[in-house]
Design a protein around this ligand. Sequence first.
Ligand SMILES: *[C@@H]1O[C@H](CO)[C@@H](O)[C@H](O)[C@H]1NC(C)=O
Ligand SMILES: *[C@@H]1O[C@H](CO)[C@@H](O)[C@H](O)[C@H]1NC(C)=O
Ligand SMILES: *[C@@H]1O[C@H](CO)[C@@H](O)[C@H](O)[C@H]1NC(C)=O
Length: 303
Amino acid sequence: MVFQNPTMTRRNGYTTFFAVLSVSLLLYISFINTPSTTSFRLGGNSAVDKVYKNYSAWHKCLKNNITSMEGNPDALWGNLWRGIKLCEVIPEMKGLFIGDYPNSDETKRHIVPKMQLPSVIVTLGIGHDTGAEEKLIKGLPHGSEFFGADPMHEINEDLYTKLPGKYFPFAVGESSGFAEASVLINTTYTTKTVVNVDIIYFLKNLVKRNFIDDIWIDGEGAEYGLFDHFFNGGRFDENGITFCQFNIEIHAPDTLQKKLFHDFIFRLLKDERYAIYRPVQGHHMRLFMLNFANEECVYKYIL
Ligand SMILES: *[C@@H]1O[C@H](CO)[C@@H](O)[C@H](O)[C@H]1NC(C)=O
Ligand SMILES: *[C@@H]1O[C@H](CO)[C@@H](O)[C@H](O)[C@H]1NC(C)=O
Ligand SMILES: *[C@@H]1O[C@H](CO)[C@@H](O)[C@H](O)[C@H]1NC(C)=O
């Protein structure tokens, strides 16, 4: 037979058509699933990919504003707040609902989850005041947990336990041992030798949580030793500990501490994990950070 059966030809045509279609689909699927490199991230479908464009706009904004202060810790300490205030109001950040939780001398920030998933909140340094925790607990899903540490148990233990929260009678920092710390006794801050517990041991073995929705760090200086823990590949990463949000008070710095702070901020920008908002600048500085690089955090707080 020299003539082909016309139905066969048509079937071959369909076969070819479907083969081409399948190959295109496969190529398309592998394209949208290709992770991490910047050019593909924009078209990706993970939660982190979906917010990457917004994060990038924030990142570019802050970077442009503070690049000229790289290498100048004094200038950065004095002016970072201006850049953060400029960049937290760009259109790409307007979808965030950062709440204010004031206590008697400052305001903590927190984004409440969009789904009814309970939260884990950690307070380092209670300072005779749980006004912010009391307001926050009312807005959180049932089953949320509070863990608070402060070396001075008077007042703090009662207040924190009543939240209800779990109270720990020591300071938390970069290592364990005795350390001089500035602590609140009655109404004044006094230097005292206190027991310090390593933050990794504290979170993994005592709090026993590795996904922390928000940690409030009021370490009266101990925060400087924690900066590098937050870096990509730092001690928190090494131990599988995630923070979706954190509030940090950075104690009035000396010259060396200004340099540590400078390196902290530029490293956070390089790491592209956290965005920084709500600066309050006085002798001390307070900042609020939000994690844009963890899937669970992005689903729970940003998307
Ligand atoms: C950074 O932002 C502040 C506040 O808007 C502005 O005054 C300052 O000129 C900006 N600096 C640079 C280098 O863009
Ligand atoms: C992302 O940016 C757009 C503006 O470009 C804004 O409408 C949207 O709300 C932002 N999304 C989030 C999650 O903030
Ligand atoms: C704190 O106040 C209590 C009660 O007023 C007092 O007995 C105690 O001596 C005070 N402690 C310090 C260190 O001032």
